[in-house]
Design a protein. Structure first.
Length: 216
């Protein structure tokens, strides 16, 4: 029996997780469909660019990733302390890079809110703080964005992903390092690349980017 995602995430046990999401009905996320001749290779950059945006906004470190033809792998580290260190203003500004936010919060940020409005705005911002270190919200902001773009390009509606996502806890440093190696080598095992460094859509190619390569 499947379990709700929130029951699979326990920051008391570990902050690191391996997430996998696969397209529905073997649809193509990226790569070339040899039956139709349609090339979806450009979508790899969609995933990489969106991950870069979300890693800047969320208090979630991107340890490793690989974008395959019909699924992707992520190794994520939830950085709760980072989120708790943000001021209310910084936290609100981060969230509103992704969502427009209600008028009451915009007035509060400008210093135009009355006392009662300020209390309500701070209540809303407190909820946003929790979401910014919530892996479910990170994945939602990634998958919904990609599904909308893909469906728009394909001129269709409906599900793009097979399910929300699969999540596996990585309980110690050894497990995290093994999983990162597994993710980086995925394109090689699938004969999509001769070596990890020749694959444009995996984290091993971006040592200078903001990809967290250590556990501590």
């Amino acid at each position: 029996m499947t379990r709700a995602r929130y029951t699979q995430v326990s920051l008391d046990s570990t902050s690191c997780y391996h997430c996998i999401c696969r397209c529905v009905r073997r649809a193509f996320l990226c790569g070339k469909d040899h039956y139709s001749g349609q090339d979806y290779e450009h979508r790899r950059q969609w995933v990489v660019d969106r991950l870069s945006v979300l890693a800047e906004v969320f208090a979630i470190d991107l340890c490793a990733y690989a974008v395959m033809s019909n699924h992707y792998h992520l190794v994520l580290r939830i950085n709760q302390q980072k989120a708790l260190s943000w001021s209310d203003r910084e936290e609100a500004e981060r969230w509103m890079q992704l969502f427009s936010g209600p008028l009451i919060v915009k007035r509060w940020l400008k210093g135009e809110a009355e006392d009662a409005e300020s209390l309500k705005a701070e209540e809303i911002v407190f909820q946003w703080r929790e979401r910014l270190y919530d892996m479910g919200w990170f994945m939602k902001c990634l998958n919904e964005y990609l599904a909308r773009r893909a469906n728009e390009e394909d001129c269709c509606k409906g599900r793009f992903w097979e399910s929300r996502y699969k999540c596996q806890a990585l309980l110690d440093e050894k497990a995290v390092l093994q999983c990162m190696a597994y993710v980086d080598l995925n394109p090689v095992r699938a004969d999509m690349a001769g070596s990890p460094i020749t694959r444009l859509s995996s984290s091993v190619q971006k040592p200078s980017a903001k990809v967290m390569r250590t556990i501590s």
